[in-house]
Design a protein around this ligand. Structure first.
Ligand SMILES: Nc1ncnc2c1ncn2[C@@H]1O[C@H](COP(=O)(O)OP(=O)(O)OP(=O)(O)O)[C@@H](O)[C@H]1O
Ligand SMILES: [Mg+2]
Length: 248
C-alpha cells in the first residue's frame, strides 16, 4: 500500500536518504525510527510528492508518486508534526473546510462531534478558535482532519511529539483502531517503547540508510531500545537483521 524502493535523496553533497526500500501493507503500522537528521521526514516528503526523489521509486496504493502525483496524493492522508490549520477560524470551520477539500462530501455538526470524540476532543471545542487550542489539542484536531479523508494509507510524521501521556495513549488507541480497520500506516517516531508495542514492523534509519528492520515476532523477542542504541553507535550497516550480528 505504501512502498519505497531504492530511494535516494540528495541535497547538494549530502545524501539524506540512501537506497531505502520499505513496504507497508494494509493492516500494518510501520514505525520509522532514527536520530535527528536520519532521513525520516525526507522519506515521508518524497512519498507525499512534496519533493522529488534523486533516484528510486515511491508508490501509494500502487501509484507512482512522481509519475501520477495527484492520484497518489488522493490515496493518502498525512499528519505532520506541526499541523497546518486555520488559526483564526473555529474548529468547526476548519473541519467543514477540510471535509469539503477531502472530496468525501460535507460534514454536519453531529458528525464533527463524533469525529472529535474519536480523537479524544470534547464537542465543546467545536466553536473555539484553533489558535486558542493547546499543541496537543491541535495535534488531535490534525488527526481528525486526517481521518476525514478515510484513505487506505496514512502517513504520520512524529504524531506523538509534544503530547501529554494521556493524549499519547488516546492517539495510540486511534492508530491501533486504524490498523484493525485494515489501513496501512507509516509513522515516524522517536518513541522506541511505543513503536515496539504498536508496530507490525520497525525500520531504523541511520544517516539515510536502513540499518535494521524487524517484524512483530522479532520485536517481541528483543530489547528495541538497546538495539536502537547499538544501531546508532555501530559503523556497520546490516539491513534486515540484527545490527552487528549479535543478539541484544
Ligand atoms: N531542504 C533541505 N535542504 C538541505 N538539506 C536538507 C533539507 N531537508 C533535509 N535536509 C537534510 O537531510 C537530512 C535528513 O533530514 P530529515 O529532516 O529527513 O531527518 P529526520 O529523520 O526527519 O530528523 P528529525 O528526527 O530531526 O525530524 C538532514 O541531514 C537534513 O539536514
Ligand atoms: Mg523529521
Amino acid at each position: 500500500m505504501i512502498e519505497v524502493e531504492g530511494l535516494c535523496k540528495r541535497y547538494g553533497d549530502q545524501l539524506a536518504v540512501e537506497d531505502l526500500s520499505l513496504a507497508v501493507q494494509p493492516g500494518e503500522i510501520y514505525c520509522l525510527l532514527g536520530a535527528n537528521g536520519a532521513g525520516k521526514t525526507t522519506t515521508i516528503n518524497v512519498l507525499l510528492g512534496f519533493i522529488p526523489p534523486t533516484a528510486g521509486t515511491a508508490r501509494i496504493g500502487g501509484v507512482d508518486v512522481t509519475k501520477r502525483p495527484l492520484e497518489a496524493r488522493r490515496r493518502v492522508a498525512y499528519l505532520s508534526e506541526n499541523v497546518m490549520l486555520y488559526g483564526n477560524l473555529s474548529v468547526w470551520r476548519n473541519l467543514d473546510f477540510f471535509a469539503a477539500l477531502s472530496g468525501n462530501g460535507t460534514l454536519d455538526r453531529s458528525a464533527a462531534a463524533a469525529l472529535l470524540q474519536r480523537v479524544g476532543l470534547d464537542e465543546a471545542v467545536l466553536s473555539r478558535r484553533v489558535k486558542a487550542l493547546s499543541k496537543g489539542m491541535r495535534q488531535k484536531l490534525g488527526l481528525a482532519v486526517c481521518l476525514l479523508k478515510d484513505s487506505s494509507a496514512l502517513i504520520m510524521d512524529e504524531p506523538m511529539s509534544g503530547l501529554d501521556p494521556k493524549a499519547t495513549v488516546e492517539l495510540t488507541a486511534v492508530l491501533l483502531a486504524l490498523r484493525e480497520a485494515g489501513k496501512a500506516l507509516l509513522v515516524s517516531t522517536h518513541d522506541v517503547f511505543r513503536a515496539r508495542r504498536i508496530a507490525s514492523r520497525v525500520g531504523i534509519l541511520r544517516a539515510g540508510r536502513k540499518v535494521w528492520e524487524g517484524n512483530r515476532a522479532e520485536l517481541e523477542s528483543l530489547d528495541l531500545e538497546a538495539l536502537y542504541l547499538r544501531c546508532m553507535a555501530e559503523e556497520t550497516v546490516v539491513a534486515n537483521g540484527v545490527a552487528g550480528g549479535g543478539g541484544v
